[in-house]
Design a protein around this ligand. Sequence first.
Ligand code: ZN
Ligand code: ZN
Length: 240
Amino acid sequence: MLYPSAPEADLHVHTVASGHAYSTIGEIALEAARKGVKMVGMTDHGPGLPGGPHSYHFAALRFVPETLHGVRILRGIEANILGVGQLDLEEALLERLDLVMAGFHEDCGFDDRGEAENTRALLALMEHPRVKVIAHPGNPNFPLDYEAVVCKGAETRTALEINNSSFCISRRGSSGNCREIIRLCARHGAPVTVGSDAHIAQGVGEFDDALMELGAVGVKWEQVVNRSTDSALEFLGLPR
Ligand SMILES: [Zn+2]
Ligand SMILES: [Zn+2]
């Protein structure tokens, strides 16, 4: 299956605030504009990741304009899962953000606890009304019951991210897991996002590997919530 266009929104991008990424939000927006990407989710790592931003970073995101170089900027976070239903940013700050992604990362206080425990922690967060996207669920370092996770995504309308970097740059060994997740998403109709997970401006809007895998399994274009700015805003419950 070929999709009608490239997704308009990239909902997973890191700035220098993450501590191990290399571009400012201004540089990222400029590159996004050059590539025709219309919306960017500024999703720096949560405070729990070593070298990550202080919670004040998320409290001060109001200083970031709604558009930069003509690109809509969503104020977000890639929060770290710390336990069952538990993230590394307080609820009052999560409430203020446009986009809350949650994901597993090592060295934040919740390393792999085995498939059953990992899945239990994640499923609880998928019930959280602010958590709209699960970052790179195919990470082989955190085994999950993919059937349960994808069914929960379909039930709670929490999108599962198919992370482009998982196929080429990061989290070696993800590809097979991502294909399994994609196959289950096609079967259960769960919402998905494609994200670049760019850690430098040049990576913004790079989705080719993820799109090829989604298309190969026949995930419907309507399931890809960041296909357009309108569909992404609607999914996130944000005004146009
Ligand atoms: Zn990172
Ligand atoms: Zn991540």
